[in-house]
Design a protein around this ligand. Structure first.
Ligand SMILES: NC(=O)c1ccc[n+]([C@@H]2O[C@H](COP(=O)([O-])OP(=O)(O)OC[C@H]3O[C@@H](n4cnc5c(N)ncnc54)[C@H](O)[C@@H]3O)[C@@H](O)[C@H]2O)c1
Length: 396
């Protein structure tokens, strides 16, 4: 029986509990949350004991696997404490961390201790798995371009949800970028992960971030164009607003693939993949009915542990993902494309400022308006080199 514990037992922690509950070969032995009563509620439902600290939980419950679903800014300390206490298998919700210094510390600790890892990036939905298989099989020939649009459908002003005070409000990840890392790191990370899994490492990015109001603490719309090391180009649009849905288009020298998912996640949900090969009269379309409890990154890691397989996703890969997100932010700040340095390169300490949320968002501001854009810079240790255009000096 594999012993598992969950750190951070909010919404995502409960989802991980439900996943672990499906498995007869896994027992939940412990849970940790800064709010102990929340961890206790989790344990009433999924088993194990609630603890106030990671160290105490690892000492007393001795889990084989720890799943971290705390606030993004807490991932680094939670993971490091668990590994230093002796945990050998760690699942961490995305993003790995909210800055590259924390990410580098996490990579160093798990690599030194030989820990098996994975992260909660999307990509295991049946249609997306099929799309990834088609690209990797070489069926589309040499890939020239991939582009993805992801609309969260939440609304800039929370049309999907009304907060505890009964008012429409920005998403928590937008309201509290100092905890979430901002929308690029919190959400666009999913699609950068899918693009790099399909096309390999990115070489450079040009990003442009925008918000529904200049006073928003975080960007709410992310656009990026990418150049991959294999010379393919990529484009991404991720918006918290608009209708809900995803579209991925990959163009190769032998054919074009288009995958669309309305992300409704119910029996009526439509996910379909269309493949149009060069020279074919008609495209082929495959449909993917929604499966309520499908394969997940956490259960993939459980299987890797039981079968003694390597990490499904390494922390190094997750750090490269964070590097892309930080580069998009830096590119948008500079108005210039940025080149990506490999995350093995020395981490620099550029750009350490973290802005507090504007008073508009604490209700103290009469006017929901600011004179200048106010996007917090979270790419602390950036490891990024800015491209120079012609004789222009770098505008840092
Ligand atoms: N993979 C996905 O699709 C997906 C979806 C939603 C959320 N997430 C991720 O899951 C994580 C949690 O998100 P959520 O929506 O459940 O948020 P949440 O606010 O509902 O839950 C976070 C929990 O972590 C606890 N916490 C905060 N700091 C802590 C610390 N230092 N130690 C222990 N517990 C701490 C909070 O008390 C809270 O109970 C985030 O990293 C988020 O990015 C992933």
């Amino acid at each position: 029986m594999l012993k598992a514990a969950v750190i951070g037992t909010g919404m995502a922690g409960h989802e991980l509990g439900l996943q672990l509950q499906q498995r007869a070969d896994v027992a939940v032995v412990g849970a940790v949350d800064v709010n102990l009563s929340v961890a206790a509620r989790f344990c009433e439902r999924f088993g194990g004991r609630a603890f106030a600290s990671v160290g105490a939980m690892v000492r007393d419950a001795a889990p084989d696997l720890v799943a971290v679903a705390s606030t993004n800014s807490a991932h680094a300390d939670n993971v490091i404490e668990a590994v230093e206490a002796g945990v050998q298998n760690v699942f961490c919700e995305k993003p790995l961390a909210i800055d590259l210094e924390d990410a580098a510390r996490m990579v160093a600790v798990v690599e030194a201790a030989g820990v098996r890892t994975s992260l909660g990036f999307s990509g295991l939905e049946p249609g997306m798995v099929r799309a990834t298989e088609i690209v990797s099989s070489g069926r589309l020939g040499r890939i020239l371009h991939a582009q993805v649009q992801l609309f969260r459908g939440y609304g800039f002003w929370g049309q999907e949800r009304i907060n505890r005070r009964g008012v429409r409000s920005h998403h928590a990840a937008v309201m509290h970028p100092q905890e979430s890392g901002g929308w690029t790191i919190h959400h666009a990370c999913h699609m950068f992960f899918i693009l790099t899994r399909m096309l390999g490492p990115a070489r450079s990015v040009f990003g442009r971030l925008a918000s529904s109001t200049l006073a928003a603490p975080s960007e709410e719309l992310v656009t990026a164009t990418l150049q991959f090391e294999n010379d393919a180009s990529g484009a991404l649009l991720d918006s918290i607003g608009s209708f809900r849905g995803l579209e991925l288009i990959v163009i190769g020298t032998s054919g074009t693939m288009c995958f669309r998912d309305d992300l409704k996640k119910n029996a009526q949900s439509i996910a379909e993949l269309t493949l149009h090969m060069e020279g074919a009269d008609q495209p082929d379309t495959e449909r993917f009915p929604y499966k309520a409890r499908g394969r997940t990154r956490l259960l993939e890691l459980v299987d890797a542990i039981l079968q003694k397989c390597p990490s499904p996703i390494t922390f190094k890969e997750a750090m490269d993902n964070l590097l892309i997100c930080a580069a998009v932010r830096q590119s948008s700040d500079l108005g210039l494309p940025v080149e990506l340095a490999n995350s093995n390169a020395a981490v620099c300490t550029h750009n350490s400022g973290r802005a507090a949320p504007h008073p508009c968002f604490s209700g103290d501001c009469a006017e929901n308006r600011l004179e200048t854009a106010h996007l917090p810079s979270l790419g602390r240790g950036c490891g990024i080199k800015t491209l120079r255009w012609g004789a222009d000096e770098q505008r840092a």
